[in-house]
Design a protein around this ligand. Structure first.
Ligand SMILES: *Cc1c(COP(=O)(O)O)cnc(C)c1O
Length: 376
């Protein structure tokens, strides 16, 4: 099945008892045995497994053209499952602009647990190579990066990881379907399914997906069951429904983001647009080679500094001033407010999650908000 078909059919079947085309939500936490004291189905207790979670994992794996998907109650729980598959004393290489929450996990939780980590700019292979130690077991990538939209060459980094006996992970939260890390040699794909996969800003979730059922995946599956950060039946049900339209939503997010990026790139109030789909992006060729489209996220820097950035977000009417991304509604965020002392980018920067509104309305909204700046 191609991803568009898998997104609708994988993990789905007509219910033999009722003929229901859409599987019901199963809220029972416990599952009975028959007179011979054998389990009636593969399920026995909802933390270990539930029909809605099973269906969701089948669909996620099929859409990624992979064998195994393990789901969690959030993206951070999925990240923890990967980190817990390592052992105290192991070393991992990460990027300084990795997702902020995972960096906090490493600094505040895993350093006490004895996991060592080094930071290296993943766009510079020599830096990554220099950060490798004899006990390096994992290289953690995230591309495009947040919020500067830097592109990591996944094949190069995965090859390096394998040369030194490590695994390569890609946090692919920004790029489901439009970037296929497993095809480029990456071992584990991680998602915050809260974002594009959920797609409607109404559920939290995470997933780890792999092509083979390795020892690492078995440990991740074990951590799901015994760590207990499992998604609820309702969230699994919602997510399964959301995935049906993921291919079409991604196409529309990418199309709208490209339109908006092109408009912003020529606007006199804008200093810089960070979007890999623009030919002026320094890594446009690499992005074009490893992605089939350029995603729905972009960042802009205003000529007028922080004051202009704050004035812009105050003047926009269609973009909610809120964190997160990947929903049908457009969002905008002054990232320096959120990352504060950790921010390694300009305080004139705004990050935009481009939604599924008509692109002309989004452009018009920006045009009005920016006109105020140019007028003064
Ligand atoms: C949101 C996000 C996460 C964390 O996921 P939660 O679902 O919020 O726990 C991890 N990585 C990236 C790139 C994200 O955007």
């Amino acid at each position: 099945m191609r991803p568009e078909t898998a997104a609708i059919h994988a993990g789905s079947h007509i219910d033999p008892q009722t003929g229901a085309v859409i599987a019901p939500m199963v809220l029972s936490t416990t599952f009975a045995r028959n007179e011979q004291n054998e389990l009636i189905s593969e399920f026995h207790y909802a933390r270990a497994g539930n029909p809605n979670r099973r269906a969701l994992e089948e669909r996620l794996a099929a859409v990624e053209q992979a064998a195994e998907a393990v789901t969690f109650s959030s993206g951070l729980a999925a990240a923890m499952a990967i980190l817990h598959s390592l052992s105290p004393g192991d070393h991992i290489v990460v990027s300084p602009d990795m997702y902020f929450g995972i960096r906090v996990q490493l600094e505040a939780l895993y350093s006490r647990w004895g996991l060592q980590f080094s930071m290296a700019d993943m766009t510079d292979l020599a830096q990554v190579e220099a950060a490798i130690r004899p006990n390096t077991r994992l290289i953690w990538t995230e591309t495009p990066s947040n919020p500067l939209v830097k592109i990591t060459d996944l094949k190069q980094v995965a090859d390096l990881a394998h040369r030194v006996g490590a695994l390569c992970v890609c946090d692919n939260t920004w790029s489901p379907l439009i970037q296929k890390p497993l095809d480029l040699g990456v071992d584990l794909v991680m998602y915050s399914t809260t974002k594009y996969i959920g797609g409607h800003s109404d559920l939290l979730g995470g997933a780890v997906i792999a092509r083979t059922d390795s020892e690492t995946m078995q440990r991740i599956r074990f951590f799901q069951r015994m760590g207990g950060a499992v998604p609820s039946p309702f969230e699994c049900w919602l997510m399964l429904r959301s995935i049906s339209t993921l291919p079409q939503r991604m196409e529309a997010h990418c199309r709208n983001a490209m339109r908006l990026a092109e408009f912003l790139a020529q606007h006199p109030a804008i200093e810089k647009v960070h979007y890999a789909g623009l030919p002026t992006h320094p890594q446009h060729a690499l992005a074009a080679a490893q992605m089939s489209a350029f995603g729905g996220m972009l960042s802009i820097e205003l000529k007028g500094g922080k004051a202009a950035a704050l004035k812009t977000i105050a003047g926009l009417k269609l973009f909610a001033r809120a964190t997160s991304l990947g929903g049908v509604e457009s969002l905008i965020e002054h990232r320096a407010t959120v990352e504060a002392a950790h921010a390694n980018f300009s305080d004139s920067l705004l990050r935009v999650s481009v939604g599924l509104e008509h692109p002309d309305d989004l452009i018009e909204d920006f045009s009005n908000a920016l006109a105020e700046l140019v007028a003064h």
